[in-house]
Design a protein. Sequence first.
Length: 178
Amino acid sequence: MRPLPANLPALDSAAGRKLFSEALLEGTLQGYFRLAQQFHTQSDPAFCGLGSLVCGLNALGIDPRRQWKGIWRWFSEELLDCCKSLDDVRRSGVTLDEVACLARCSAASVSVHRPPVDDVDAFRQHLRAATTTHDGPVLIANYSRRAVGQSGDGHFSPIAAYHASTDRALVLDTARFK
């Protein structure tokens, strides 16, 4: 596993635990609990969008309307094949629009937001909506790893908490190998 950049504290570090407890007290950690119960890490390097959707769809309690294994009706990456084949995802990943398509054909209500870079307040509103209620929306961010000092570039992961006083979000990174 690669270490996080120094300015990004890991959840299990002293700084991460402090931010976590403060966000809990602020009421902006409500989304964490259902996401943590359903957390799923991607099974393939190109499956970050699929792994994030599995986590989000299961956290929302959406029925996949078909069996996963045996009698179990549960989302897993192999069930997310309605908009793009898994082989194509393995080769080229997914775009934001393809993730939205996969979520919609899995019976999720979806809003895609592409704010201008200077519209940070709108993003903060989405963060608050996803982190201040236990049954609110799930926020899956599509972001550049390079922009936060990590290796790689385009990535998807669910956002589980917001720490308003430091303006930080808790990203549940689906790439366990990173």
